[in-house]
Design a protein around this ligand. Structure first.
Ligand SMILES: Cc1cc2nc3c(=O)[nH]c(=O)nc-3n(C[C@H](O)[C@H](O)[C@H](O)COP(=O)(O)O)c2cc1C
Length: 189
């Protein structure tokens, strides 16, 4: 059984407490995608959700470089082979970068990666509300991406993300990653 088909109290991970939004538990990173194209409106909605994330000084340091149907294979070539193997069936691929300088004073923005992380998760959550799944990838070819997408020196390339529709039959074989317990990550002082 996979998250979409489960009642709100089920967690494939460590138990999720009642009160946690079921869509948070219903996000995981699939490798089993079934190729389907997404409308331009869907793509806009996903990135608009990313745009709403909070950021230090409201800098909004996140930048996204997204594939289209014609550039999908180009983006696929930016992934290490182990990721390209499964990501080929995603609907789209995008690269996340962070602008590492503040606009207002040109100084380094120590929170740029943190804020770009918030933006990607906002998109990942929005995807789940639309029945879509996301899978981030650190296994990417940084130099190829910088050259192929003309990424300026002021941006750090963080990761790529696959967005798509899960192939539920194949997804039954996938492992769901466990989570650390609250005790391991939370210190109440
Ligand atoms: C920044 C980042 C990089 C990741 N890199 C890869 C990757 O290169 N290949 C891969 O298959 N999964 C990758 N993942 C997925 C993680 O392995 C996955 O999120 C983690 O095991 C938790 O599982 P879940 O997302 O299914 O809950 C990455 C995730 C993040 C956030």
């Amino acid at each position: 059984m996979y998250p979409d088909q489960l009642d709100k109290n089920f967690s494939p991970r460590n138990p999720v407490l009642d009160g946690v939004d079921p869509l948070i538990a219903a996000r995981y990173s699939p490798r089993a995608f079934t190729k389907q194209s997404l409308s331009a409106e869907t793509v806009d909605i996903l990135f608009d959700a990313a745009r709403q994330a909070p950021s230090c000084f409201n800098e909004q340091p996140w930048r996204f470089y997204c594939s289209s149907e014609s550039s999908f294979d180009q983006f696929l070539s930016y992934l290490v082979p182990a990721n390209a193997d499964w990501a080929k069936d995603a609907s789209l691929l995008f690269v996340v970068t962070a602008n590492t300088q503040f606009t207002h004073n040109g100084k380094p923005n120590a929170h740029a990666w943190f804020d770009s992380g918030a933006a990607w998760y906002s998109l990942a959550y929005q995807a789940r509300t639309m029945g879509l799944y996301t899978h981030a990838m650190g296994g990417i070819e940084h130099d190829k991406i910088i050259a192929g997408l003309n990424i300026p020196d002021t941006e750090d390339v963080i990761c790529a993300v696959a967005v798509g529709v899960v192939d539920f039959a194949a997804a039954q074989q996938e492992e769901i990653s466990a989570r650390k317990s609250l005790d391991e990550i939370l210190t109440i002082v």
